[in-house]
Write a protein that binds this ligand. Sequence first.
Ligand code: SAM
Ligand code: SF4
Length: 334
Amino acid sequence: MTAPLIDPFMRAITYLRVSVTDRCDFRCVYCMAENMQFLPKKELLTLEELDRMCSTFINLGVEKLRITGGEPLVRRGILQFFEAMSRHLDSGALKELTLTTNGSQLEKYASALYAAGVRRVNISLDTLDEDKFARVTRWGRLPQVLRGIDAAQSAGLRVKINTVALKGFNEDEIFTLTRWCAERDMDLTWIEVMPMGDLGGEDRIGQYWALSELRETLAQEYTLVDLSERTGGPARYVQLVETGQKIGFITPLTHNFCESCNRVRLTCTGELFMCLGQEDNADLRSALRASEDDSVLEAAIREAITHKPKGHDFDYSRQEIKGQMTRHMSHTGG
Ligand code: SAM
Ligand code: SF4
C-alpha cells in the first residue's frame, strides 16, 4: 500500500486540479489582460507528461481530478488525455474526472467527454445578456456558449454554472440567472472576484461584491436552507425550497474555508501550488524530467505537500486588497 498524502495540518490531499493550458479563446476582464503573453509551447508539459503526472498523484491517493486552464478544451489533443485518464476511473482508483470550461467548445466535445467517463462539468457564465457577455469576456459570444450548454445536457452531463459576482455588472441578474438555472435543472455557484493578476486596470468591470449581500437579496424571494454537504470543493451550499435547486457560494474573501482544504493545483508547466492564495510552489516538471522512475516524482510530490500552508491571506476587510497575487487565474487554473 502506498501511504496517502497528508499535509502538516493533517489534511488528506485527495483532489488535484490541473491546468492543461494557459491559453484561452476568451479574455475575461477579471482573469486576463487583453494582450496576454502566453507561455512558449516548450514550457508546457506534454500530454504524455500530464498523464504521468496525474497518474502518479492518483497512485498517491488522489481521487478527484479537475481539468482546467486557461480554457482546457482549446488544448490540442485534450480529448486523448481525457480518454487516457478514463483508465483510472475503470480501475476504481479515480472517483471523479471533471472539468471547468467556458463552454465554447462543448458543442464539439460534450459527447466524447461523456464517453470518456466525465459526468459533471462546471461551465462559467456571468450573464445571460449578449452584449454584457461580449463585454465581460471581450472575445466570447454568448450563443456559442449556450449551444455548448445544450450539448452538454443532451450528452448526459450534469452542468453546474459558475458565475463571478461582479458589482454593478450582474447584480441585477440574480433572479434571472437563478430561474434560468432552475428551469434547466442546473445548480448555480457564485464566486467572489479574487485579486488575481495585473489586468491593466482599464476596465471597471470586476469590482468586489460580497456574497453575503447576494445571499440576503436571494432570501427576499426564496427560502434558503443551509446544506451541510460539501463536494470536495470550497463552495458552501444552500437549497432554495421553492425550486429545489442548489446555490453555491465560493467566498474566499469573506469566509475562510482553508481548514478543510483537500486540494493542490498543478499548472501547465508542472509547478505545484499548495495554495491558490500563496506564491509558494514546487517544480515538479524537473522531477518528472529528471528520471523515468516515478519514485523520483513521488518523492518530490511528498516533499511539496509538507509545505502546504495553513491558509491564504486574501483580505479586503480594511478597504485595501491584501494578499494580492501577481499570478493570473488562468495560470493556476481557478
Ligand atoms: N476557462 C475556464 C472557465 O472559464 O471556466 C476554466 C479556467 S477559469 C480561470 C476558472 C474559473 O475561474 C472560472 O469560473 C472563472 O470565472 C474564475 N475566475 C477567473 N478569474 C477570477 C477572479 N479574478 N476571481 C474569481 N474567479 C475568477
Ligand atoms: Fe478564459 Fe476562463 Fe479566464 Fe475567462 S475565466 S479568460 S474563459 S480562462
